[in-house]
Design a protein around this ligand. Structure first.
Ligand code: PLP
Length: 418
């Protein structure tokens, strides 16, 4: 039982360097967050040793009396957080949750209708190399070429044209809220099931800052590690018990074997935190931070330099910078920001004229910095640093110094050593 630094110094060094990177850079990848120390504790616990195939009270292994308590807590907290009668907290990831959902509500060969990947959809919503595109007849709706917003008339036309068995509402890169009631109406009109993938905005829903899809959808899937800020993993909720048996059996044994009980315990803790006033405050700072960033990137001086924001703003935790008219492309912007100690990811904009490895956009998210403690003043400073960079006026050493001043004022995991 020697420590990691003795058993495997190479991996110990990776952990230490990664902690340093997370501390030194401003993390603005929209799908990332920092879990609290309490979540790190569960994930690094002896619960990783336990096999627990089955569900609480109905396991295929002995000795599950304590992990049953953890999973039941996670289930009850997920239900209460999202106003659901049903929850399954076993999916190892968002993609596994989605595989289980699709196999529960569709049969291979069925038609599924989701948001186009290049317009902000996710791989599991029908991309041709993903199980969802291989097993199902995947068709898509896109955003409007002028407004970049999902037009419900187009969704309805596509649904009437293709008569899908499943309609998917949800996204990985979209700065506005979807109209779940309108999706429900269309699903009813064509006899489709409505599946909402709230992976990105689940934290906003939990805080009451985004409409809750649960009352409208037949089933809702999510990750826990994005806006919720919990362990890397997935879960499924539904407003009633109608699909409960099918969903449970399609998670286990359909997609998975033994659940990760250490991660499930960490999910329980993350859901408990998500019901707190402190969490709501954090989500409010997250959304306000994104709005501050959008305002800065649409200011006159930004627009004059060819920098803009898709849809003209944001209602959520991310901004999609539009660099189609800028001399700096997505790749160059990502690299320049990296030099200034800011981590973002380049992202193709819909109808992108530049190649996919280059792109004309950036996806910039505020959840991790809000978790770090940032409020309006800090997000204003960050927005200014990003705007200067994207305008091509970056004096990189000066911007780095401004970032260093911010990271020093908001220490990450103080006292933690890896
Ligand atoms: N669904 C959406 C909308 C996502 O954005 C993502 C992650 O990027 C996933 C599902 C998949 O989550 P995971 O990476 O945990 O498989």
């Amino acid at each position: 039982n020697a420590p990691l630094s003795e058993v495997d110094p190479e991996i110990a060094e990776v952990l230490e360097l990664e902690l340093g990177r997370q501390r030194d850079y401003l993390e603005m990848i929209a799908s990332e967050n920092f879990v609290p120390v309490s979540v790190l504790q569960s994930q690094g616990s002896v619960l990783t040793n336990k096999y627990a195939e089955g569900y609480p009270g109905r396991r295929y292994y002995g000795g599950c009396e304590y992990v049953d308590v953890a999973e039941s807590l996670a289930i009850e907290r997920a239900k209460s957080l999202f106003g659901a009668e049903y929850a399954n907290v076993q999916p190892h990831s968002g993609a596994t949750a989605n595989a289980a959902v699709l196999s529960a509500i569709a049969t291979p060969g069925d038609t599924i209708l989701g948001l186009e990947l290049a317009h902000g959809g996710h791989l599991t919503h029908g991309m041709k190399l993903n199980f969802s595109g291989k097993l199902y007849n995947a068709v898509s709706y896109g955003v409007d070429p002028e407004s970049f917003v999902v037009d419900m008339n187009v969704v309805r036309d596509k649904a009437l044209e293709h008569k899908p068995q499943v309609i998917i509402a949800g996204w990985s890169a979209y700065p506005r809220q979807l109209d779940f009631a309108a999706f429900r109406e269309i699903a009813d009109e064509v006899g489709a099931k409505l599946w909402v993938d709230m992976a990105h905005f689940a934290g906003l829903v939990a805080a009451g800052l985004h409409p809750n899809p649960v009352p409208h959808a037949d089933v809702v899937s999510s990750t826990v590690h994005k806006t919720i800020g919990g362990p890397r993993s997935g879960f499924i909720v539904a407003r009633d018990m109608e699909l409960a048996k099918k969903l449970n059996s399609n998670v286990f044994p359909g997609q998975q074997g033994g659940p990760l009980m250490h991660v499930i315990a960490a999910k329980a803790t993350a859901f408990k935190i998500a019901a707190s006033a402190e969490f709501k405050d954090r989500q409010e700072r997250t959304v306000r931070g994104a709005k501050i960033l959008a305002e800065r990137l649409t200011a006159d001086d930004s627009r004059a330099a060819g920098v803009d924001v898709l849809t003209g703003g944001t209602d959520v935790h991310l901004v999609l910078a539009d660099l189609r008219n800028s001399a700096i492309d997505g790749q160059q912007a990502e690299d320049l920001l990296h030099e200034a100690l800011i981590t973002v990811n380049r992202n193709a904009v819909p109808f992108d004229p530049r190649p996919p490895m280059v792109t004309s956009g950036l996806r910039i998210g505020t959840p991790a910095l809000a978790t770090r403690g940032f409020g309006d003043a800090e997000f204003t400073e960050v927005a200014d640093i990003i705007a200067l960079t994207l305008k091509g006026e970056a004096d990189v050493p000066a911007l780095r110094a401004r970032v260093e001043a911010l990271t020093a004022r908001f220490p990450l995991y103080p006292g933690l050593a890896q």
